[in-house]
Design a protein around this ligand. Structure first.
Ligand SMILES: Cc1cc2nc3c(=O)[nH]c(=O)nc-3n(C[C@H](O)[C@H](O)[C@H](O)COP(=O)(O)OP(=O)(O)OC[C@H]3O[C@@H](n4cnc5c(N)ncnc54)[C@H](O)[C@@H]3O)c2cc1C
Length: 194
């Protein structure tokens, strides 16, 4: 992915505990997708623990790709250079009951969010097919849930915070930023990194 890339750090959205098998990431093993049908072209993985580290990393390297929960079943999620994983910094979940939105960090999965929302008396109207898929990853790939009238999962996003190639943090909202927001909320990137 070239530097026009952005990393979604959080998303404000309008509810099984299955643990994803991701424990081998930092033990030097070959990095594969969740289904095991794709072996990624590099195991070069950086897992920042702060937004500052994310910004520095993105500024430093011209070629990188975000690694989510690795549920993508094709090479659109592959990188020949390096991955950045946001799982260590994105566990935020904040509910605003008055406007019925929840803000989630980039590491949050639908399984975590669903259980947490349920404990607060709320639920999402639509979900990805597996609980351990990250909200950010599902939204950015245009993943759909169920029901022809529900829209893809990205249609539930009200606002985004993301880092651009220059390391700057930006915010876009559906109500204020119109087409710019729509262009950012889903992003499918080619495998080839030029
Ligand atoms: C075109 C497409 C359509 C899909 N449709 C469906 C569907 O309808 N229903 C379903 O259940 N599953 C679907 N999947 C499978 C799965 O839900 C998606 O791959 C989803 O992205 C998985 O999230 P993940 O965190 O595992 O992402 P990964 O598989 O790790 O990565 C997928 C893509 O998302 C990017 N990405 C991940 N996190 C971030 C982030 N924080 N910021 C920026 N980019 C990020 C990655 O760089 C990569 O390009 C689809 C996959 C693809 C490729």
């Amino acid at each position: 992915m070239k530097k026009r890339t952005f990393l979604k750090l959080s998303a404000a959205l309008a509810a099984g505990t299955v643990i994803s098998p991701m424990t081998s990431w930092e033990q030097g093993e070959k990095l594969q997708n969740w289904a095991g049908n794709i072996e990624y072209s590099t195991s070069n993985l950086y897992s920042p623990t702060s937004i500052e580290q994310v910004r520095e990393f993105v500024k430093k390297y011209s070629k990188l790709k975000v690694l989510g929960t690795r549920h993508c079943f094709n090479r659109i999620a592959d990188s020949t250079d390096r991955f950045i994983s946001l799982r260590h910094l994105g566990q935020l979940m904040e509910l605003d009951p008055a406007v019925r939105t929840v803000t989630v960090g980039s590491g949050v999965t639908y399984g975590q969010l669903g259980l947490w929302l349920d404990s607060k008396g709320f639920a999402l109207h639509n979900l990805a097919s597996l609980p351990h898929i990250s909200v950010a990853g599902a939204v950015t790939t245009g993943t759909h849930g169920s029901g022809v009238g529900n829209g893809s999962l990205s249609t539930a996003v009200a606002a985004l915070e993301f880092v651009t190639a220059d390391g700057e943090v930006h915010n876009l909202s559906r109500t204020k930023d119109g087409e710019g927001f729509k262009a950012a909320v889903v992003g499918l990137w080619k495998t080839r990194e030029v």
